[in-house]
Every structure is written in structure tokens, then in C-alpha cells.
Design a protein around this ligand. Structure first.
Ligand SMILES: NC(=O)c1ccc[n+]([C@@H]2O[C@H](COP(=O)([O-])OP(=O)(O)OC[C@H]3O[C@@H](n4cnc5c(N)ncnc54)[C@H](O)[C@@H]3O)[C@@H](O)[C@H]2O)c1
Length: 350
């Protein structure tokens, strides 16, 4: 069953329906006007409804997938559990606040349901090539992983952290320190400071550096504004990095300078992301985007905000929750955000 017949809901519903291991039996959206066209597109006599709890209880889907805006997470997890789902698939970011994050973790753990979070860019050929180079040892001792995106925090930071944690062998983080600026996107449907930046200490000694939003550097090699993201790793013998809409590049002592193509593409990334759900449910292997890993990324993202709110370093794991959104609203200064490049000015109305 897929909840949210918007952009991502339809990506998911289409990919589930195209996979022989799945059949979409339910499609839910509060906007009834979307449902007929969406159901016709998915086909197979899918049942539609506007009340998520009622539809989940009636259909008892094996997989409950929700692709609603970031403000809606806990009620969806509860509806999935009440409908006895075996796997819950949902969209990034995992949660807007650590209060919510810890509740979600506890709800899932209590019933032991599998969950995955859609960090599906990692299936891109260029993302995987960078992983392969790093894992081959060609960078020597990896000391730094980094991620930059001009898109704002609640859209992009979750992606940056997830893929660089993968590049860093999913190491735990021990502390985070961050800073934030600009109130313009606090009322967006992906509420965020206009600019956030931070450092992460990973337990394996690797430094993480992250930046999202108006002050983050342009990637002039990439034309599409939302694709101006650069993630990679540096080591004692070179670096390897991916550009979301601009391929990959690496320079290493062993292999010299290399580069290749690759562009984030939902049509290519969704099928393997969905197939990995089937494999996990069939007991073959855990899903690479499983909740337990996304949870650790979310902790880093929220700790960065906590540091921007209260100053100083924030130790991980988080021992208690707070409302980071309220905290940011209280402390962010009225000063207009300063952009890194004119390409960001329009998107942030400055
Ligand atoms: N993984 C990615 O690459 C990626 C890309 C874009 C967006 N996203 C994430 O996907 C999520 C959804 O984004 P989108 O662009 O698909 O949004 P969207 O606005 O296109 O779709 C959301 C849909 O949810 C419906 N909805 C809202 N409340 C509902 C409720 N209570 N019950 C049922 N339906 C409800 C809305 O009517 C809407 O049709 C966001 O969290 C966003 O950050 C992820």
C-alpha cells in the first residue's frame, strides 16, 4: 500500500507494480482528486482511499510505504503498525525533530517491524563507482568524508550524511558541532535554516564535513540546481567524489586522474531499491537503506541543529529528544543569509 499520490508516492507505486514480487493493493491520499488518475496509472484494480488508518486496517498490506511531507511521520508509522505491515518504507528525512526520531525508533523496535528510508541515490552508477574506489583502498588511509548541497537542509542533508556514512563504512559518530544562518526557509514545507554547516567526529577517526543551503558552494560543473551536490572522501593517497548530476571523479596515487558519467535518475534508482526490499523480506540480505542506518544519519543531522541552537559539541548517541525546529526559530538571527554564489540568490530570495 502506498500513501501519498504525489511525486515520490507515484515513483514508489510504479516501481512496486513493475516488480513481480509486489502488487500494489492500496493507494491513499487526502486529496481525493488525485486518486482516480493515480489508480489508473498504477492499474491492477488498486483500491483507493483518503483515510490511511482505515485503508491499512482493511487491506493489511505486507509493505506500507508512505511518501508524505516531512511533517507527517509518527501517525503514518502508527497506521502501518496497526495494519500489521511486515515492512515500512518511507521518505527522508526520517524526522524533523529528535523528539519524533526517538518515538519512531521505539515504535518500530517494540513490534520488530522492518523499515527502510529512501536514500536511493546510492544506486546511481556514479555513487557506486566512488564507493568502489574508496573500498578498494586506492585513497590510502581515509581521513575525511564530506558533503555539500546548495539545496536546503530538510531536502538534502539526510542524503549527504547517508551516502558519506556509506563511504565511511557506516561508522558511528561520537560528536557533532554545527552553525546555522537565515530564517527564510523556516516556513517552507521542508523547514530549514537557509544555511547549515557542521563537523562530525566519526568513531573510526574520520572527520565529516557537511554544508547545505544558501552559503554552500556552487558546483559549476552541474547545471541542474538541485543536483549541485558533491560528496566524497579524501585519504592519504587521493580523493574520490560524486556530483549528484555531474558524474564522478577521482585522483589517486595508484590510478592517476579518472572520471566518469552519472546523473541521479529515479527511473534507474527505484527498481533496485524496491528489489532490495523483496530480498530483505525473503530473508536473503538486509536492505542497504535500513532504518537502523538512517537513524544514525538522522541523529547526526539533528545534533548539528542542536549545536547551532545551543553552541558547542553535541555527543552522540542522543540520550534524549528536543524540538529542533522550535529551537532554530528561537535562536536564528534576523540577518539575511549571505550566499556563496549568485546561483543560490534566486532560490533563497536574497
Ligand atoms: N528520496 C528522494 O530522492 C526524494 C525526492 C523528492 C522528495 N522526497 C521526499 O518525499 C516526501 C514527499 O515528497 P513529494 O515531493 O512526493 O511530495 P508531494 O507533495 O508531491 O506528495 C505528497 C502527497 O502526500 C499527500 N498527503 C498529505 N497528507 C496525507 C495524509 N494524511 N494521508 C495521505 N496522503 C497525504 C498529499 O496530498 C500529496 O499528494 C518528502 O519527505 C520529500 O522530502 C524524496
Amino acid at each position: 500500500m502506498v500513501v501519498g499520490a504525489g511525486k515520490r508516492g507515484m515513483h514508489h507505486a510504479t516501481a512496486f507494480q513493475a516488480n513481480p514480487r509486489f502488487k500494489v493493493i492500496g493507494l491513499c491520499d487526502i486529496d481525493a482528486s488525485k486518486l482516480d488518475a493515480a489508480a489508473a496509472k498504477i492499474g491492477g484494480g488498486v483500491k483507493t482511499g483518503t483515510d490511511v488508518s482505515a485503508l491499512a486496517k482493511e487491506l493489511k498490506p505486507d509493505v506500507f510505504c508512505f511518501c508524505t511531507m516531512p511533517n507527517l511521520r509518527i501517525p503514518m508509522i502508527k497506521a502501518a503498525i496497526a495494519g500489521d505491515a511486515k515492512l515500512i518504507a518511507f521518505e527522508k528525512p526520517v524526522a524533523l525533530t529528535s523528539n519524533e526520531l526517538l518515538v519512531i525508533r521505539d515504535l518500530l523496535a517494540k513490534v520488530g517491524v522492518k523499515a527502510v528510508v529512501s536514500h536511493q541515490h546510492r544506486y546511481g552508477v556514479h555513487y557506486r563507482k566512488v564507493k568502489e574506489i574508496i573500498a578498494s583502498g586506492a585513497l590510502g588511509r581515509v581521513h575525511t568524508v564530506y558533503g555539500y548541497a546548495t539545496g536546503w537542509m530538510t531536502h538534502m542533508l539526510s542524503h549527504l550524511i547517508d551516502y558519506t556514512r556509506w563511504y565511511n563504512d557506516e561508522a558511528d559518530a561520537t560528536w557533532v558541532m554545527g552553525q546555522a544562518a537565515g530564517r527564510g526557509k523556516l516556513t517552507d514545507n521542508h523547514p530549514s535554516p537557509d544555511h547549515i554547516a557542521g563537523f562530525v567526529q566519526y568513531a573510526n577517526g574520520v572527520r565529516g564535513i557537511y554544508e547545505c543551503g544558501a552559503g554552500a558552494p556552487d558546483q559549476p560543473e552541474v547545471a541542474k540546481w538541485w543536483g549541485k551536490c558533491r560528496m566524497g572522501a579524501q585519504g592519504t593517497e587521493g580523493f574520490a567524489e560524486v556530483l549528484t548530476n555531474g558524474g564522478w571523479r577521482a585522483v589517486t596515487k595508484r590510478d592517476g586522474a579518472q572520471n566518469g558519467d552519472g546523473v541521479m535518475n529515479y527511473d534507474l534508482d527505484m527498481p533496485p531499491y524496491i528489489q532490495d526490499m523483496a530480498d530483505w523480506l525473503d530473508g536473503l540480505k538486509p536492505h542497504p537503506c535500513l532504518f537502523e542506518s538512517a537513524f544514525k544519519g538522522a541523529e547526526i543531522m539533528l545534533a548539528m541543529q542542536q549545536s547551532a541552537i545551543s553552541g558547542g559539541q553535541i555527543a552522540l548517541p542522543l540520550m534524549s529528544g528536543m524540538d529542533e525546529q522550535e529551537g532554530l526559530k528561537k535562536v536564528l538571527s534576523d540577518r539575511k543569509v549571505l550566499v556563496s554564489s549568485e546561483v543560490n540568490a534566486k532560490e533563497f530570495n536574497v
